[in-house]
Design a protein around this ligand. Structure first.
Ligand code: FES
Ligand SMILES: [Fe+2]
Length: 443
């Protein structure tokens, strides 16, 4: 979609109705989710023929199924029996070994969704539309990008590549398709899904919210809209302090110590973006003379990353150059429900969706992706948490973000909330998100 849908609404204001008008919520259920591309699973979740993942959105349950050995041999169809409507698969993932059978009256489908058999078909003799074409499981559009399988319920949707627009051009150098999960955590969060998106698609909150290990007061996060999608990058207006290993706040003595301090904080409190191979590179960086020019520090850092990955049997992405890394910035909001922060070590990737019809609950997935030697990828189980309190102790950095969520969710409903006074420079992704939402939800 082009930028033409972006109207000229104020960049510094969002009406409170955007958050609390029940008609908006209804419009999202009816007109947004059935028409947008959504990340249904990782391609690596479908490791063998017959493997399936179930992806539920609002009232619909969709099965994404591996039908052959080729990368394109992936289909998606509705997880609903064409006899009386029973949900076919109740597990979230598994294998369809021969046929997909309904346990109610035993109708069966092939793994590609074509009808296999009806039990006692002669009882329907003379009835119309009892042929295979009429009784196949209704298909859902499928696309692949970034190591994800995407689905779209709209049969007339634009291709995934068109929908993503310029996003892959910025993120492909990181080779997200070759990343694998280090962990995958899901929170059933007692807030509207948009509140979480807006906590992660801007960096203006970093100084006040993330105050425990790095002082972000001198960081700025200008945002840029890319059609429906948006991103922000980071720039510094002066040195930032960090808490040293003894717990004392101090200024880094060199560029390399500044880089190390930021990554070390992420490594210890987030468990994403800065992972073990990257920290090995960062630790080596500290051995450079303190007066090494910044450009040389960054060039050396890239060399160390490549070397550390090579030691671990991983080829560092050849197109992940200093230039491409800088161009990609910090954080990408892929409309409507995904946020990707790419890094040299991997990526932190979020996915949000409403929890059924409830405007006060959402399903919030978080993946830490890394680069692993083929065959040595971690075996990851999906940890599920009921609410932010249940998540406590998992990830200190994210818990700083989570501490705002319910308070914002409640606050925007207050009669005392006049509307959001968005930062026109650093909260561009928030404003752009609402403009894109309006494009889909207006009647
Ligand atoms: S509902 Fe599935 S076979 Fe009857
Ligand atoms: Fe944050």
């Amino acid at each position: 979609m082009s930028d033409a849908h972006i109207d000229s609404a104020r960049p510094d204001f969002l009406p409170a109705a955007d958050y609390r008008d029940p008609a908006r919520h209804r419009a999202e259920l009816d007109r947004l989710w059935p028409r947008v591309w959504q990340m249904a699973c990782r391609e690596s979740d479908l490791a063998h023929v017959g493997a399936f993942v179930r992806y539920d959105i609002v009232d619909d349950s969709i099965l994404v199924v591996k039908t052959g050995d080729g990368a394109d041999d992936v289909v998606a169809y509705y997880n609903v029996c064409q006899h009386r409507g029973r949900r076919l698969k109740e597990d979230w993932s598994g294998t369809i070994s021969t046929t997909l059978a309904c346990r109610f009256h035993g109708w069966q489908w092939h793994i590609n969704g074509d009808l296999h058999s009806v039990y006692v078909p002669e009882d329907w003799d003379g009835c119309p539309e009892m042929d295979s074409a009429s009784l196949g499981l209704p298909k859902v559009k499928v696309g692949r990008w970034g190591g994800w399988v995407w689905i779209n319920q709209d049969p007339d949707c634009e291709p995934l590549a068109d929908y993503l627009g310029s996003v892959p051009q910025f993120l492909d150098p990181f080779e997200p398709e070759n990343m694998r999960p280090l962990w995958w955590k899901t929170i059933i969060a007692p807030v509207n899904w948009k509140i979480v998106i807006e906590a992660f698609n801007e960096g203006y909150h970093s100084w006040a919210t993330h105050a425990s290990g790095v002082n972000y007061r001198n960081s700025r996060s200008p945002g840029i809209a890319h059609g429906l999608h948006s991103m922000f990058y980071s720039e510094s207006v002066g040195p930032g302090e960090f808490k040293d290993p003894l717990g004392k706040w101090r200024l880094p003595k060199s560029t390399q110590e500044y880089i190390w301090a930021n990554n070390n904080h992420l490594f210890n409190t987030l468990g994403a973006l800065a992972l073990e191979p990257g920290m090995a590179a960062n630790n080596r960086l500290l051995e450079l003379p303190a007066d090494t020019p910044s450009g040389e520090v960054v060039a050396t850092m890239f060399r160390f990353y490549a070397e550390e990955f090579e030691k671990r049997g991983v080829t560092f992405p050849p197109n992940l150059t200093i230039e491409n890394w800088a161009k990609a910035g910090t954080d990408w909001h892929i409309f409507p429900h995904s946020i990707c922060l790419p890094s040299l070590d991997g990526a932190l990737w979020y996915r949000l969706r409403p929890n059924g019809h409830d405007p006060d609950s959402c399903i919030f997935d978080i993946w830490s992706l890394g680069r692993f030697k083929p065959g040595a990828e971690p075996k990851v189980v999906n940890d599920i948490y009921e609410g932010f309190d249940a998540f406590r102790g998992q990830c200190a950095f994210l818990e700083e973000d989570f501490a705002n969520m319910e308070a914002v969710h409640q606050g925007v409903k207050s009669r005392g909330f006049r509307g959001a006074r968005t930062n026109p420079r650093q909260e561009v992704p928030v404003i752009n998100f609402h403009r894109a939402l309006a494009e889909f939800t207006r009647s």
